[in-house]
Design a protein around this ligand. Structure first.
Ligand code: DGY
Length: 320
């Protein structure tokens, strides 16, 4: 069995594959492969370790039904057409838990940065705009005792809620497919319907897996139901929000600010008008970008691949 790895991964994962004697090839080109090149290479391999944004859609599975398994270098699996994998009995594995802290750290960082306009003020200094003290300028908001609303309270959402409770004594409300007993017990989190989440959150942070039914769920009409002081945080997927509507909400005092680690498309274009706003902080999808998280992801992905070779169930399988 031969494995194709689409981009280099941290050594911890490579060492594990080597230790198990697995035959793998890492994409030797610096460039992102074209769709045709990618499919052709997958047809010549038995398993795929997918790093990055290749779209594993219905057509991909039709053309690459030879694959015996796919290990993703991500926790999100929205890039994979799971019904196609299921119908061909191709297991798909992800990298849960190991990036929950790092990703929730970025959500927390964005929340604070927006609340205190930190990125914007850094930009002002760089532009030579640090003037004399002004008691009325650059005012942010404090988060003590405010309400954090979490859309999708799983592992990452839990970590975010925990930090916000510990740092600012925030009240936690959440909307999820099901109740999260741990969060209710440990953090006194309250399950609410979606409308309540919108209307009561001072900070609304998305931590859900992305599914098509949630495409642009955060749009003109949902932003309009949020508080004027609300901060919108998205570290999950850019497809959750409508970018034009977010721009409108941020420039018409509908909501107070936004922090994004994800956009649609990625990379975001340099002339995107959101980048010019004083109340919007944007990061280039770095939620899991710590040594600790990326090493953990490399090990999870290698464990998923190893299981295939040992004819075992993937330890982090999303579709079986
Ligand atoms: C994930 O793991 O899903 C992160 O968003 C990186 O893609």
């Amino acid at each position: 069995m031969k494995v194709f790895i689409t981009k280099d991964i941290p050594e911890a994962g490579i060492l594990l594959l080597q230790k198990k004697g697995i035959d793998f090839t890492i994409n030797p080109t610096e460039n992102v492969l074209s769709r045709e090149e990618f499919i052709k290479i997958c047809q010549e391999h038995d398993a795929l370790l997918n790093v990055g944004t290749n779209n594993l859609d219905e057509d991909f599975f039709k053309q690459c039904s030879n694959l015996k398994g796919i290990a993703l270098f991500s926790v999100g699996f929205d890039s994979v057409h799971i019904p196609s994998a299921n119908s061909r009995k191709i297991p798909v594995g992800n990298t849960p838990d190991v990036l929950s802290r790092a990703t929730s750290d970025v959500a927390f960082l964005l929340m604070q940065s927006v609340a205190r306009k930190s990125f914007y003020n850094h930009k002002r200094i760089m532009n030579g705009e640090w003037g004399s003290f002004d008691a009325l300028a650059n005012l942010g908001q404090e988060l003590y005792g405010k309400t954090l609303g979490i859309f999708g309270l799983g592992r990452i959402g839990f970590e975010m809620a925990q930090k916000c409770k510990a740092a600012f004594g925030m009240n936690i409300i959440y909307h999820n497919r099901s109740h999260n007993q741990d969060a209710e017990k440990e953090l006194d989190a309250k399950f609410v319907d979606f409308e309540t989440l919108l209307s009561e959150s001072d900070v609304l942070s998305i931590h859900s897996n992305y599914a098509e039914e949630n495409n642009k769920l955060f749009n003109k009409s949902t932003f309009a139901k949020m508080k004027p002081n609300a901060i919108f945080i998205n570290t999950a997927r850019g497809k959750f929000h409508n970018e034009d509507d977010l721009f409108y909400a941020l420039t018409n005092d509908i909501i107070w600010g936004a922090g994004l680690d994800v956009t649609n498309p990625e990379p975001m274009k340099q002339d995107n008008p959101l980048l010019a706003l004083s109340n919007c902080c944007i990061l280039p999808h770095i939620g899991s970008a710590t040594y600790e998280a990326r090493n953990g992801m490399a090990v999870c992905a290698a464990q998923n691949i190893t299981a295939l070779f040992e004819d075992k169930k993937m330890p982090f399988c999303v579709n079986e």
